[in-house]
Ligand binder design. Structure first.
Ligand SMILES: Cc1cc2nc3c(=O)[nH]c(=O)nc-3n(C[C@H](O)[C@H](O)[C@H](O)COP(=O)(O)OP(=O)(O)OC[C@H]3O[C@@H](n4cnc5c(N)ncnc54)[C@H](O)[C@@H]3O)c2cc1C
Length: 416
């Protein structure tokens, strides 16, 4: 088995999990990675004593695949306080734990975001989703999240003040058009676990997966240009003959026959600022309801994990969904929005770095939780992995890698 030449394209979470499963089955894969390191979309930079994730990302501890492949204790997870600080037009208020314990949210606090009936509906939704398996959720008819919330009977008030800003930050789109399956999945994950980051940044997740690999070979700065049959052509002109290939990234760029098969991905801009001290003072997400501002959500990363700042200043992450502003203007505009929220002079928010992420999460029309391994096969030797096959999440990326590896293992089984 060891002499089988199995190539995995992409060292993101999907490719790494595929390699783990192939090693378990006795194979020794080679990972071809176009960039200089592992992680794909999950990377963390160190800049001026700060840890900067490539965009604001959260691991949900209820993700079943994450529980399988990660050791949460060794990741030294730091948890977000459930709920959100809502920066409303008139007031700032805290809604603690509405997705886990809605009935415990004090009436006064809840009245800012929704009615008493919204609160009861929130409770019944948590109970309903507890009883539903992930298979049930992903086999349901799909409607837009917005329509789902309306049909469930939630008021426009809670949709505007809570659901929209909260889920915009997850779905990375303004109108909550994303499938209700994804809404139910994410809601269930939030209500059954915690949102967390590894103490030393999101890169620790792919790093931990890599540590589980012993014989896999990595070739970095090795970009695939084209795949024809089992032949891999690299950008550097080399040609590789493979026995099996797992493509653990969206394949249209190097398989021209798949051109145009994928909808444009969701993008996001993350701006990092530093401040002498956090004005939120807790490890909680900040949300801004409404349509007339750039910032959708913000969080002091150094309130969640102190290791995100080693220079004594607080590190603020701000997410923006869409804008035509150029970087300089955007920074200024965001600084003045921050001034309006915090009453701290705009110039005290020192800009650290921006991340313009064009491909943040894929737009998946038919959101799924899993697929049979036969579905990731594009020929007897070539298989697909990556979150775009299922849904845009760490959980889906891991599941897709596992499924593609199963397909490869199965392809070697004798046919009776
Ligand atoms: C800003 C942002 C916020 C997010 N928030 C969350 C969140 O809160 N919770 C959550 O669960 N998920 C979140 N996600 C999604 C999550 O990060 C992804 O689902 C997951 O990382 C995808 O992993 P992947 O292995 O499928 O793909 P990728 O990480 O994209 O890996 C693909 C790899 O293939 C390599 N590659 C591409 N083309 C080539 C080529 N031609 N040759 C060689 N190598 C190639 C790439 O360099 C990359 O390393 C977020 C993503 C972003 C960007």
């Amino acid at each position: 088995m060891k002499d089988q030449k199995i190539y995995i394209i992409g060292a993101g979470v999907a490719g790494l999990v595929a390699a783990i499963e192939l090693e378990k089955a006795g194979y020794t894969p080679v990972i071809l990675e176009g960039s200089e390191g592992i992680g794909g979309r999950m990377k963390t930079d160190e800049v001026d004593g700060f840890l900067l994730d490539h965009g604001f990302q959260v691991l949900l501890t209820a993700y079943p695949e994450a529980r399988k492949y990660l050791d949460f204790a060794s990741l030294n997870l730091k948890y977000f306080e459930p709920g959100a600080i809502i920066f409303g037009a008139k007031d700032t208020f805290i809604v603690s734990d509405p997705l886990r314990n809605p009935l415990k949210v004090v009436n006064m606090a809840f009245s800012h975001v929704g009615s008493f009936f919204d609160k009861v509906k929130m409770f019944s939704l948590t109970q309903e989703l507890k009883k539903k398996s992930l298979d049930d959720i992903f086999n349901e008819p799909s409607i837009s999240t917005y329509q789902y919330l309306k049909e469930y009977g939630f008021t426009e008030q809670i949709i505007t003040n809570f659901f929209k800003p909260f889920f915009r930050g997850i779905f990375l789109e303004k109108d909550l058009k994303t499938s209700s399956r994804m809404f139910e999945f994410t809601f269930k994950m939030f209500s059954e676990g915690m949102g967390a980051i590894p103490a030393n940044g999101m890169i620790e997740i792919p790093k931990m997966l890599r540590q589980r690999l012993h014989s896999t070979e990595f070739l970095f700065n090795t970009k695939v240009k084209a795949i024809q049959g089992t032949q891999i052509d690299l950008e550097n002109g080399e040609r590789i003959q493979a026995d099996r290939i797992i493509i653990a990234t969206q394949p249209d760029k190097f398989m021209k026959q798949l051109d145009g098969q994928f909808s444009p991905a969701k993008s996001v801009i993350t701006l990092y600022f530093s401040l002498h001290k956090s004005f939120m003072g807790r490890a909680m997400l900040g949300l801004i309801p409404g349509e007339n501002h750039l910032i959708n959500n913000l969080v002091f990363m150094s309130d969640v994990s102190s290791a995100y700042s080693k220079n004594g200043r607080a590190l603020l992450s701000v997410s923006i969904l869409a804008t035509d502003l150029k970087e300089k203007e955007l920074i200024k505009a965001v600084q003045s929005e921050l001034e309006a929220l915090s009453r701290i002079n705009a110039e005290y928010f020192k800009f650290v770095k921006s991340y313009y992420i064009n491909y943040a999460i894929p737009t998946v029309d038919d959101v799924k939780g899993t697929i049979p391994f036969t579905e990731c096969k594009i020929s007897d030797q070539v298989f697909l992995a990556g979150d775009y096959l299922l849904n845009g999440s760490i959980n889906a990326a891991m599941a897709s890698g596992r499924i593609a590896a199963e397909a490869v293992v199965h392809s070697y089984m004798p046919i009776h």
